[in-house]
Ligand binder design. Structure first.
Ligand SMILES: N[C@@H](CCC(=O)N[C@@H](CS)C(=O)NCC(=O)O)C(=O)O
Length: 219
């Protein structure tokens, strides 16, 4: 059976978990935290998530896990069949990762802890996020899904990538990413209403205490 290693508070973990559930695949969740011995045994980088395939291969990096699942289990496809549409879907996934999730992540230490962020860093993050928001405004269809009529990996990736700008935006930039993109609020509400999203959000809430205890121990 597939094992997903990570913790339910992690947005990257939840991208892969959502994809596994959307594909109707059986898997077990091994709750481990960054840099733990248990995680290092399957991912030498100590990052969440990692996945052990049903064949026993340990893999890491969210996009790699998603590509693997699509190739190995093509029955419930989360990419469009058309090559051009598939590339567009990947473009939106990359945009979500590089221009929304990662810049916002630079401010996480200030939100989860007491780190002081220099003004220059705040300006860099704001500029990077503005680029992401402009790209998303231009490229996302929201009709009703990011790439059109069907829910794809672009929707799944964006939903959990947005968790970080949603958290740090109001706290550190006086800025609301959902309000910044036309159509994003309705899409966000629609995505949150699915049974899979509800399960993931409930698991995440249930893991919050343990995750915060882990963060406190790292200080
Ligand atoms: N590039 C990685 C990023 C994963 C990532 O940053 N995961 C966080 C948890 S949400 C983590 O493990 N952080 C601990 C660390 O960076 O050491 C991926 O796509 O899977």
């Amino acid at each position: 059976m597939i094992t997903l290693h990570g913790f339910p508070f992690s947005n990257y973990h939840n991208i892969v978990k959502h994809a596994l559930l959307a594909k109707g695949l059986e898997f077990e969740e091994n709750i481990v935290y960054p840099a733990s011995e248990a995680l290092l045994a399957v991912n030498p980088l100590g990052k969440v998530p990692a996945m052990t395939t049903a064949e026993g291969t340990p893999l890491s990096e969210t996009s790699v896990l998603l590509e693997y699942l699509e190739e190995k289990y093509p029955e419930t496809a989360l990419y469009p069949a058309d090559l051009e549409a598939r590339a567009k879907t990947r473009q939106l996934m990359k945009l979500s990762e590089l221009y929304l999730e990662l810049p916002a992540r630079r401010l996480l230490p200030a939100v989860l802890g007491n780190a002081i962020i220099p003004v220059e860093t705040l300006d860099e993050v704001r500029a990077a996020l503005q680029r992401g928001v402009s790209g998303l405004t231009e490229l996302a269809a929201f009709s009703p899904y990011v790439c059109g009529e069907d829910c794809t990996l672009a929707d799944i990736y964006l939903r959990y990538a947005l968790a970080i700008p949603k958290l740090v935006g109001p706290a550190k930039l006086d800025w609301d990413v959902v309000a910044a993109v036309p159509g994003l609020a309705d899409w966000d509400e629609m995505m949150a209403a699915s049974d899979i999203a509800k399960r993931i959000d409930a698991d995440q809430a249930a893991n919050a205490g343990e995750f915060m205890a882990y963060v406190a121990k790292q200080r």
